[in-house]
Ligand binder design. Sequence first.
Ligand SMILES: [Zn+2]
Length: 177
Amino acid sequence: MPLPLGHTAIGLAINDIYPKGSFTDNPWKPFVFVVALSNLPDIDVITGLMLYGNGDVFHRGPTHSLLFGLIMALIASRVGNWWSKISGVSFLWCFLVIFSHVLADAILTHVPVSLWWPLELNCSGGYSGWVDVINFVVFGAIRDVGIIVTVATVIVFNRIIRHKPLPFAFSRLLKGR
Ligand SMILES: [Zn+2]
């Protein structure tokens, strides 16, 4: 099951493959955007924890849908343009990063998402308290190793094919370009 690390890695790959990837000027703001947007659908876990002490109440409900991806991409692209004019943070870029989360959850796990909400609703049910969620995020990250290795491979091949410099996004990010 993709956790924040896995979703972030997939978001970074999308940014790398996207023709006008956003790490072109100041890399830190776009990086924050990738982390935030690629994990945005799981805000339903925080909402459930805060309201009911159960992270599973709303999990994989409306925030794991096509409609949520479209609406949040619209809002995020506006915020991106307003927040120091981050280049490359377009509606499509935001949508792809957000929706990658929903697709990854749908494809890589057995629990369905609510892709066509409000026409369907598939909340995961069950119970996850604060301790369960924190344990899962901190100690379950090892499960995302497969995703991270796959994503790193995709980025390297993308850069070889498109004659872009290696190693991939992180070295660029750390160097400020
Ligand atoms: Zn999710």
